[in-house]
Design a protein around this ligand. Structure first.
Ligand code: 7RM
Length: 635
């Protein structure tokens, strides 16, 4: 037997060393001893980093939902799999047992098949955080349809682009969604998106808000009557280890969003193993991750990781500020939550409010608290530790990405001594390295560099949907033979990692990854705009906010800058979503450009941050005089 759960630091070092010395043996044992397979693999891993070609558990046969649900039924049928906590605290919470989840997923799987969805087809899911989001996602996995969950905060044109990119034939949505005191017209957004998506032939609509919606004959159907008529007897599809399980879009620094493709077996093994260890999950624990299932954190640690371990997972429909800022703490007490996993942006927002909100609640069921999505600053770390964990619960600062499928660097609770703002040590199987500008590995401790991973792990994304070249180029070309994360990191004197932030053109606003290029594209479509450049700058609550430098066309129209700023933000909101709106807009006459035409963003970043001390080497600038002008006009 290979140890599945690491219990102390000595075991961690032992397992870590084993996973580096004998990665095949290590993952072979973990996979074979903790999951059910129709057929085991011929080879544990097969890879060529130069070609970005990675396969795990070659030729194994498996079904994800058999592992998430069916295998737990005999012993844990009555155990709660999902606790649904509605937006409105006066609406009753739901407890869905493993048996009920099985029945509902089977029915949904049958509905999908009856509607003509086949293995390999893509299905777009655009739903609020309600049980149907989990159930439809799992139903896709059961029949081998590739789910593409799109966060239900994206605009119509953003959803349309994602639907078209992966040729989804069906979309599952709802009449509407609740978020705090707002009701969002999801079906209306989908109707608008569908004007532009010829590949979609069927729309299934969940009833949530009972709002009046338009149902297009021959295309749109209410889901409930179909479920009522469906059998709960469903045979899961036998999937190959490397069949795609899902596509999840993430912003890139250039061009359109990247549809990251995760495959079945490797993702399954990695999500399960990391969930168990990073959250130190035990049988009667109640796990709550506050992310949305529309992001990778929700995929891996609301849905798959917990269910694979037979856990109880909370699905929360609401927001931290509704009805007031004690909502999170109230839910923790109400459902006796033992592990709580949220984002620094939420922690900072709550830390700004009165301490009474958190101090009125006894959070003594909590054992472990986690952070994810961006670097957690020292102040937020201490607030979280003092007032939520009561200095009793280890904070797991988990570093990972959509592309990595699961957590790569994190303390293990009660195992790894924590250090504020440090993600600490790599999990077994993860070999991080820091690289310098000359592409050499930086050895030793107390060093800073670009963070790469030099050996594949089971959960790594295999490709970008429809564009393997871009996958290779983005992740495997900057540092040949290694996976480049896009993040910078520091390694301290004992080998702990601290992630310092993106080194590319992605800005993380309130935990959402925003590529600057698509936002620039959106702005540039405004008739008055000639060119624009977006950078991030530090923001107390959001972590980062967006600062736009905009060059206007010389026609002299649009003199009302205030109105123009509003229109620009409206344009961004329509094309990408309100999350991508700019906090500051400065109109400039030019942008600092190199001779090859590349905008020197680091200068703009410094100006946006208000740091004029050192712009670094500006010798390649074509128009150095512009820097002074921009500096003087800073908003
Ligand atoms: C899970 C997720 C990935 C980017 C990543 C980092 C940043 C995430 C941390 C973090 C510092 C952390 N996936 N990031 N976690 N930075 N400390 N604990 O967020 O694809 O949406 O974003 O997020 O820059 O590259 S993601």
């Amino acid at each position: 037997m290979t140890r599945y759960k690491i219990n102390n630091l000595e075991e961690y070092f032992k397992d870590y060393k084993k996973s580096v010395r004998e990665p095949k043996k290590f993952w072979d044992k973990i996979a074979s001893e903790n999951f059910t397979w129709y057929q085991e693999w011929e080879k544990v891993v097969d890879f060529n980093m130069a070609e970005a070609d990675i396969k795990w558990f070659v030729n194994a046969k498996v079904n994800m939902t058999k592992n998430c649900i069916d295998r737990h039924l005999a012993k844990k049928g009555d155990k709660t799999a999902i606790i649904f906590e509605p937006n409105d605290p006066s609406e009753e919470a739901l407890h869905i047992s493993y048996t009920e989840l099985h029945e509902r997923v089977c029915k949904m799987a049958n509905v999908l098949r009856e509607q003509g969805v086949q293995k390999g087809d893509r299905v777009c899911i655009y739903l609020p955080m309600i049980p149907e989001l989990a159930i439809t996602t799992l139903a896709c996995a059961r029949i081998g349809a590739v789910h593409s969950v799109v966060f239900a905060g994206f605009s119509a044109s953003a959803v349309a682009a994602r639907i078209n990119d992966s040729d989804c034939k069906m979309i599952i949505t709802s009449d509407g969604g609740y978020r705090g005191n707002k009701t969002i017209d999801l079906k209306g957004i989908i109707d608008e998106a569908l004007a532009d998506t010829p590949c979609v032939t069927a729309v299934l609509v969940v009833k949530r808000t009972n709002s009046a919606v338009n149902m297009q004959e021959g295309r749109d159907q209410w889901l409930q009557p179909l479920l009522d008529a469906a059998s709960d007897n469903n045979t899961a599809e036998i999937m190959d280890a490397e069949d795609p399980l899902f596509i999840l879009y993430t912003s890139g620094s250039t061009g359109k969003p990247k549809g990251m493709v995760h495959t079945t077996a490797g993702y399954m093994v990695y999500a399960a193993y990391t969930f168990k260890n990073v959250f130190s999950y035990e049988d009667n624990d109640i796990f709550w991750c506050t992310a949305d299932i529309g992001w990778i954190t929700g995929h891996s640690y609301i849905l798959y990781g917990p269910l694979l371990n037979g856990a109880t997972t909370v699905i929360f429909e609401g927001v931290p500020s509704y009805p007031d800022y004690s909502r999170f703490w109230e839910v923790i007490v109400k459902h006796k939550v033992t592990q709580f996993y949220t984002a620094p942006t939420a922690i900072r927002a709550l830390a700004k409010e009165s301490l009474d909100y958190v101090q009125k609640y006894q959070l003594d069921t909590l054992k472990v608290i986690g952070s994810v999505g961006e670097p957690i600053n020292e102040e937020a770390w201490h607030w979280y530790n003092d007032h939520v964990g009561n200095k009793r619960c280890p904070i797991v600062d988990t570093w990972w990405q959509t592309e990595t499928g699961g957590i790569l660097i994190s303390p293990l609770p009660f195992v790894t001594p924590t250090k504020p703002t440090y993600a600490t040590l790599p999990l077994p199987g993860i070999q991080p390295v820091l690289m310098d500008e000359k592409r050499n590995e930086i050895e030793g401790n107390q060093v800073v560099g670009s963070l790469c991973i030099k050996f594949p792990w089971p959960g790594i994304a295999r490709t970008i949907w429809g564009d393997h070249e871009r996958y290779k180029e983005t992740y495997f070309s900057a540092f040949p033979g290694k996976y480049f994360t896009g993040d910078g990191a520091l390694r301290d004197e004992v080998g702990y990692y601290r992630i310092t932030g993106r080194v590319d053109d992605v800005v993380i606003v309130s935990g959402h990854n925003l590529g600057t290029a698509p936002i620039e594209d959106a702005i540039n479509e405004h008739p008055a705009v000639a060119e624009s450049a977006i950078v991030g700058f530090p923001h107390d609550i959001k972590g980062n906010a967006l600062y736009g430098f905009v060059i206007l066309k010389e026609t002299g129209e649009y003199r009302d800058r205030e109105n123009l700023s509003k229109e620009i933000n409206q344009q961004i909101s329509n094309q990408i979503g309100p999350i991508a709106k700019l906090d500051k807009i400065q109109f400039v006459s030019g942008l600092p450009k190199t001779r090859s035409g590349k905008i020197m963003r680091r200068i703009l970043r410094k100006i946006a941050e208000g740091d004029y001390s050192n712009f670094g080497d500006t010798s390649t600038l074509l128009n150095p005089e512009i820097v002074e002008e921009i500096k003087n006009g800073k908003v």
